[in-house]
Design a binder for this molecule. Structure first.
Ligand code: TA6
Length: 292
C-alpha cells in the first residue's frame, strides 16, 4: 500500500522509492525523501530540527508548516486573538482520501474545518483542504481555502513555511534581483519596515536573514555545490527567505547549529490580504522539484 495511515500521521510511499511523512498535527510534512537525479540515492529534502516537538503541543520546527490566516504577529482586527502564524499549523487535520495512486504520483487530501478551539479565537467560517502529491523528484502542496459564508468576504494571509535542507553558508537563491522586499531583521513590526529593493543577482543567507519579498517571480532556484532545488508557486505572490544564523540559539526547539543546515524559502500571500468572496475558493500552490 503506497499510503499508510498510522496513529497521528500518514506515510506516502512512491513506487520508485520516494517517501513522505505528514503529521495530522498541522498537516505538517516532516519528511520528504527523494532520489538524487544522478544516482537514485534517497536523500532527505526537508530540514527538521532534532529538538522539534512532535507531540502536538507546539508548532513544528521544520518540514512544511502551514501558515493561515495570519503571517507573523496578527494585525488584522479579526485575527487579534490568534498566535503568530495562525492556527492551521497547530490544529489537528483530518485525512480524507487518496486522490491518486500510480507510477505518476501518490496524492492525498486532508482538511481542516472550524473546531471549538479555533472558534474560541477565530469566528469566521472557512474550510481548508490540503492536497499533497508526491512524484519521483517532485512534491506539490496545494492549499485550498474556501469561504462558505453567504455574505461576508474572508480576508486572510497564508504561506507554506518550507524548510529546505541545504548548506546555509553555501547556497544562493535566484532570481530576486529588483524585487521589493521588507526586512524583518530591521524591525518585526510592518509599520516600521521600509521597502527596499533587492540588488543582489544571487541572494544568500550568510548573514541572518528574514526578508519578505513582495510580488515575487513565483519561480525560485536554490543552488549550492552539489544541489539544485526549484520552487514554483501559484497565487502565493510573495516569498519569504528566512535563516536566523546564530540567532537560532535563542529558538528553544532549534537544534544546535541547525541554522547551518537549511534555508526557509516560503511562498505566501503575506503582504496585504486575500479577499475571498462568499462561496469562492482560493488555491495557493507550491511545487518543489529536485533538479540536481
Ligand atoms: O517566515 C519567517 C518568520 O516569520 C520569521 O520571522 C521567524 O520568526 C520564523 O518565521 C519562525 O517563526 P516561528 O513562529 O515558527 O518561530
Amino acid at each position: 500500500m503506497p499510503v499508510h495511515q498510522l496513529p497521528g500521521k500518514i506515510i506516502l510511499q512512491h513506487p520508485e522509492g520516494p517517501s513522505l511523512e505528514i503529521l495530522l498535527y498541522g498537516a505538517t510534512i516532516v519528511s520528504w525523501k527523494s532520489p538524487s537525479v544522478e544516482n537514485k540515492e534517497l536523500k532527505e529534502r526537508l530540514f527538521l530540527s532534532s529538538k522539534a516537538i512532535l507531540d502536538g503541543t507546539k508548532a513544528i520546527r521544520g518540514g512544511i508548516p502551514i501558515v493561515f490566516p495570519c503571517f507573523g504577529a496578527p494585525q488584522h482586527p479579526e485575527h487579534l486573538k490568534l498566535a503568530q502564524h495562525g492556527f492551521a499549523r497547530t490544529s489537528l487535520w483530518t485525512f480524507r482520501k487518496i486522490l491518486l495512486d500510480n507510477e505518476a504520483g501518490v496524492s492525498v487530501q486532508l482538511t481542516l474545518d472550524p473546531t471549538p478551539e479555533i472558534a474560541a479565537v477565530y469566528d469566521r467560517p472557512f474550510q481548508l483542504t490540503y492536497v499533497v502529491t508526491l512524484a519521483q523528484h517532485q512534491l506539490s502542496t496545494d492549499l485550498h481555502v474556501a469561504n462558505p459564508s453567504e455574505s461576508a468576504t474572508l480576508q486572510f494571509q497564508s504561506l507554506l513555511h518550507t524548510y529546505i535542507a541545504a548548506p546555509a553558508q553555501e547556497l544562493t537563491i535566484t532570481p530576486l534581483q529588483n524585487v521589493k522586499y521588507y526586512d524583518k531583521m530591521e524591525s518585526i513590526t510592518e509599520a516600521q519596515q521600509t521597502a527596499k529593493v533587492e540588488t543582489r543577482a544571487k541572494v544568500d543567507v550568510r548573514r541572518p536573514t528574514d526578508s519578505v519579498y513582495e510580488d515575487a517571480p513565483l519561480d525560485y532556484t536554490v543552488s549550492w555545490p552539489g544541489g539544485t532545488v526549484n520552487i514554483r508557486a501559484r497565487e502565493f505572490k510573495d516569498v519569504v527567505v528566512w535563516n536566523p544564523g546564530e540567532g537560532g540559539k535563542k529558538i528553544a526547539d532549534m537544534e544546535d547549529g541547525g541554522w547551518n543546515n537549511y534555508v526557509c524559502v516560503e511562498p505566501g500571500y503575506v503582504r496585504g490580504y486575500v479577499n475571498l468572496a462568499p462561496g469562492q475558493t482560493w488555491i495557493g500552490q507550491q511545487v518543489i522539484t529536485i533538479k540536481a
